[in-house]
Write a protein that binds this ligand. Structure first.
Ligand code: SF4
Length: 393
């Protein structure tokens, strides 16, 4: 007897933005208005398949036709680990047996955060007072490993393996949101990989995440970080996206940056900063620059002076992020080093924000994602409780 395998399954709707999905389902007899409902089902609801009545207006014939060609691939969750500060790191396995990580980051209600800041200014609150979680943002991976080999980064030590497809990027957020006790309201492309070396899939994923028919995450709550892929920065600016673009500086001069970030040899710092300057002008807003602060390496008043020169006249916000290096080669700045560095920057008129890089003890902090199984998986019920709950139990 000849086995019957049915028609090949070739259409992955999870890979498609709204315009692509409308075009892809049209040959199956699906009008655009119904295609938009399919998009919402796939990307907002995270549903698969077309059981009767699942999509209003979808005919039985069109549903059967789509069922015969659609595939619904998934990432599998290998491990979830939770840090004391409420950060949760997920380890996923892809269909071709690679592993990637994503991090769920708890955020308080902005009004409560502002009130805490006021109380701290008035000396009425301790600086480490925890606020209840109101929502989450998710730090997403865009590649398996990373070819850019920044010296302070665990992902860079894996080497570049491959870029993730759009659906693999979205699947990270969907899996995390499905288990979360608060809504996911933001996404940051700061996980494994250089997002702008996977430009089409990352920008398509951002477009799907921000689509009002999809997860509807505000474009301004989506950040894409780059180590400085110059042609892609130029392209991003020319295309006029409203997602936040963040450049990781590493050092204020090419000579010092080269030792930390080999990408400097390909696209030198002055040219990359010029591209960000143009991006700020085109967007009519400040751009965000990230600076991994490494004690004894890149955080002295002299470095602050050179940063002031590099960024002169540019509308920027400089995010200072403590280095987290499990190898022990690099250490965070001491409070004294950081204070002197920060004071020198402020004196030069560079707006500075110190960014908290959480989940250090579960290797979820910036620069520590290495897709390694660490054991001690947490129970799902515990995962669903907010940070404040966990503090009071
Ligand atoms: S810091 Fe980013 S760009 Fe650099 S090696 Fe790590 S993942 Fe790649």
């Amino acid at each position: 007897m000849v086995p019957c395998y049915g028609p090949p399954r070739v259409l992955n709707l999870r890979n498609l933005d709204l315009a692509e999905l409308v075009a892809a389902v049209a040959p199956h007899g699906v009008p655009p208005a119904v295609a938009r409902r399919i998009f919402a089902r796939v990307h907002r609801d995270g549903a698969a398949g077309f059981p009767p009545g699942a999509v209003r207006g979808l005919s039985h014939a069109a549903a059967a036709s789509l069922e015969s060609v659609c595939e619904w691939p998934e990432l599998s969750v290998v491990e979830r680990r939770r840090a004391a500060d409420g950060f949760v790191k997920y380890l996923f396995r892809t269909g071709d047996a690679h592993e990637i990580e994503a991090v769920r980051i708890p955020l308080p209600d902005p009004r409560a955060a502002r009130a805490l800041k006021e109380r701290r200014r008035a000396g009425q609150a301790a600086s480490l007072e925890a606020l209840p979680t109101a929502k989450y943002t998710v730090c997403l991976s865009s590649q398996v490993g990373c070819a850019l080999a920044c010296d302070f980064c665990a992902t860079g030590r894996l080497g570049g393996i491959r870029s993730l497809k759009t659906w693999e990027i979205l699947a990270q957020l969907r899996a995390i949101a499905a288990e979360a006790d608060h809504p996911v309201r933001g996404a940051v492309f700061m996980g494994m990989g250089e997002p702008l070396l996977n430009y089409d899939n990352v920008v398509r994923a951002a477009r799907i995440l921000s689509d009002p028919c999809g997860p509807a995450i505000g474009a301004k709550a989506i950040s894409i970080s780059t180590a400085g892929v110059l042609p892609a920065i130029r392209r991003f600016t020319a295309e006029g996206h409203h997602y936040r673009l963040i450049l990781s500086l590493g050092a204020p001069t090419s000579a010092e940056r080269r030792a930390l970030m080999p990408i400097e040899d390909r696209w030198p710092l002055p040219e990359v900063v010029a591209a960000m300057r143009d991006h700020a002008a085109a967007r009519g807003t400040r751009v965000t620059l990230a600076y991994v602060v490494i004690g004894g390496v890149n955080a002295t008043p002299r470095h602050a002076g050179e940063l002031g020169t590099l960024l002169a006249g540019m509308r920027v916000k400089l995010n200072l992020i403590d280095v987290t290096d499990e190898t022990g080669r690099y250490r965070p700045a001491t409070p004294e080093e950081l204070g002197a560095f920060r004071d020198a920057l402020v004196a030069l008129g560079v707006p500075v924000v110190r960014r908290y890089s959480g989940g250090a003890e579960i290797a979820a902090a910036c620069g520590t994602l290495a897709a390694r199984r660490r054991g001690e998986e947490i129970p799902l019920t515990y995962l669903r409780r907010g940070f404040a709950d966990s503090q009071t139990s």
